[in-house]
Ligand binder design. Structure first.
Ligand SMILES: Nc1ncnc2c1ncn2[C@@H]1O[C@H](COP(=O)(O)OP(=O)(O)OP(=O)(O)O)[C@@H](O)[C@H]1O
Ligand SMILES: [Mg+2]
Length: 166
């Protein structure tokens, strides 16, 4: 795929020159995700969190990716994929009580896949093991996606992901 910028044991950075590159990255990741994966996304307003999730869902086989929309006001959206897909946006939430109210913990520990936008807003939103994607905006179309992770399953997942990028 020739997109990789650099990686070490603990992080992978991928440079996207365009929306098309973001699509390739998202699809490649979506194709290898297994149930119980939790993806925490961080990055400024309009950096591309929802857009990347849309393409990951496309890689998971969601044919009509237009159903994947920002849950900024609804707080959570759910899609039918090979597994249930939970899509959260923590932008308007404050603390663990808010998370409990929207059923956050039931979802992230369920047999589905969870995406969390603005994950870094609430420290208690982080489980012990997860994949985090930090998005840095370089200009209108260019982005750096930085992948960091914790846990054995994610070590394996990222090894597979790196192989697809070679
Ligand atoms: N390479 C790229 N990757 C991702 N998005 C891009 C890229 N180039 C341009 N864009 C555009 O940037 C915008 C990203 O918006 P998006 O809603 O995905 O951001 P967000 O991080 O989810 O914002 P919010 O913080 O409001 O939830 C879209 O309009 C998308 O088309
Ligand atoms: Mg969004």
């Amino acid at each position: 795929m020739r997109l990789k910028l650099c990686y070490n044991k603990f992080a992978v950075k991928i440079y996207a020159h365009s929306l098309k590159d973001t699509e390739k990255i998202g699809i490649a990741l979506g194709e290898i995700l297994e149930k119980k994966t939790i993806v925490m996304l961080c990055g400024e307003l309009g950096s591309g969190k929802t857009t990347l999730i849309k393409y990951i869902c496309k890689g998971m086989g969601i044919v009509d990716e237009s159903i994947v929309k920002s849950p900024t006001y609804t707080l959570m959206r759910e899609y039918d994929g090979p597994f249930p897909i939970y899509h959260f946006d923590l932008y308007r939430l404050k603390n663990v009580v808010d998370l409990e109210e929207i059923g956050y913990y039931e979802c992230i520990f369920d047999d589905g896949i969870t995406f969390v936008e603005w994950a870094d807003r609430i420290k208690d939103a982080y489980p012990q093991q997860y994949l985090q994607i930090n998005i840095e905006v370089l200009n209108r179309e260019k982005r750096i996606f930085e992948f960091k992770w914790k846990g054995k399953y994610y070590d394996e997942l990222m090894k597979r992901f790196e192989n697809t990028l070679r």
